[in-house]
Design a protein around this ligand. Sequence first.
Ligand code: UDX
Length: 446
Amino acid sequence: MKIAMIGGGYVGLVSGACFAAFGATVTLVEKEEHRLASFQRGDIPLYEPGLDALFTEQKAHNRLTFCGNIAEGLQKAEIVFIAVGTPARRGSGYADLNYVYAAAREIAEAATHDLLIVTKSTVPVGTGRKVHDIVKSLRPDLDISVASNPEFLREGQAISDFMNPDRVIIGLDRKTHDKGEKAKALLTALYHPLDHLGSKLVFMELESAELTKYAANAFLAMKVTFANEIADICEVTGADSDEVHHAMGLDPRIGPDFLTPGPGFGGSCFPKDTQALAVTARKAGTPSQLVETTIASNEDRKRRLAEKILTFLGDDLTHTRTVAILGLTFKANTDDMRQSPSLTLLPLLHEAGVSLRVYDPYGMSQAKALLPREVYFAPDALGALKGADLLVILTEWEEFLHIQPSELQASMKGRIIVDYRGLWKNKELPSYGFTYHCIGKKTKLP
Ligand code: UDX
């Protein structure tokens, strides 16, 4: 089956490479010439474990090719996926759909045969219907139907999420003459390689599929935020958040996942999707207080990180305090800095006159453009620790687990550690003279 994938961002790249691995012939359309050139050279301008190898293999087998315009990408394609960005509009929080509608218009203008258009980008409820109206009005001569196939990929494990999905959500336009049956048959054939996993395809109304994506992400963001608030209560009551979250998760109605407290959620999805859902609900006259409160609680948490760090530093302003930060990306196993807690914390510490030394295994190049230029970007973790009065762990990179307490003693000047990921909770740091604050637990003094 030949498909076109419009958009060479994170979703388009991962989905295109995985559909090629399913045996489809994929043409990925990327308009940004430098990005297109890097794809054609075989370079991927983002870090996602396993994507490099998959991309190279599919490209070598000619199942994955690239072009710069939709007309070329559509040649002989039966399905065209729209995987362009839907960024949150500054201020309003609305999902910016200009790229989606522009792609729909270009598809309609370029189409030479009947087509199925599938929105893979996260789009507000009703977008698929609007895409259909745009295309129908431009090309009444063709039978072009729409479907929704939102992705549930987690950065850092996107390939395995695509290859072993909990479910594949497919929204069908049942207002068509065939009630979406042709679209259903095409997508069933495309996802055929997953049949060995059992029936993963879940068919529903177009609008239901679009809302499912937002509802799932907003619920996960709410669950994480709840875990963060329980961790704060643990810190002041002497309860242990690991024990509380473990015991909560034993109830199958709650489940153990997404109960690990952290510095606040970030990334390209939770913040954008919770905003868009809150705006959609409010605009529809049914505001979601839970989603709005989740957003507010998360933003407030990121701001309070700085207050906590400054409190731990104390009020001795006779000398410049130095803080080391390990981890800048919004979570481990990605180079993505979007909405990362570090982007809130570090400017606030900088404004308070704190000297910052930072290190991240993969996020440094993106972070350099986003953080104050006075920040010192260390070549490695120990370089960041040098002379620091206080150390903050923001991202749970595996390599930070291997730093020894003796190395901390030798590198740092001060003896305060604030661990927002609970990474070092088993290192017995107080016995090495450190005041160790672990998220969700009472601070342990030497
Ligand atoms: C998320 C959804 O998981 C995925 O299904 C959707 O397709 C895209 O958005 P992603 O944004 O890549 O994926 O990251 P995820 O692993 O979900 O983490 C989101 C945020 O929550 C991160 O900032 C992470 O640090 C935080 N988080 C997650 C926690 O703080 N605790 C947890 O237990 C889980």
